[in-house]
Ligand binder design. Sequence first.
Ligand code: 5GP
Ligand code: ZN
Length: 111
Amino acid sequence: MDCLFCKIVSAQIPANVIHKDALVTAFRDINPQAPTHILIVPNEHIGGAADLTPAHTPTLAALFAAASQLAAAKGLSGYRLVINQGAEAGQSVFHLHLHLLGGRRFAWPPG
Ligand code: 5GP
Ligand code: ZN
C-alpha cells in the first residue's frame, strides 16, 4: 500500500523516530505546530479513527501509553492530544495518528 506513515514505520522513508515498540511508532511532525509536536501511529495500517474496531484495543492503549510516556519525558504537565478524522476535520494522511502537542498554551474551541 502506498501510505506515507506505513513507509515511515518500515523505515523506507526517514523520520525523526523517538519511540518504537511492537504496536506503535512515534516521530516528530515535519511541520510542528507547537514546541513539541509528535505523531504516534499504529505500526499496522489503520486508515483513521472511524476504522477502529474492538480488536484494535491493545493498539489504542499503546498509542495513549506512548503519548503519556513521551509527554512525561518532555516534562509536559499539560498537553493536547488530537486525532483528525476525515478531510473535513483536517486529516491529510490517511493512516491513523495521534498528535501530541505541547510547550505552549492552546485555545479552546480549536480552530
Ligand atoms: P493530519 O493533518 O492528517 O491530522 O496530520 C498529518 C501530519 O503529518 C501533519 O501535521 C503533517 O505536518 C505531518 N506530515 C506530513 N508529511 C510528513 C512527513 O513526511 N514526515 C513527518 N514527520 N510528518 C509529516
Ligand atoms: Zn499506512
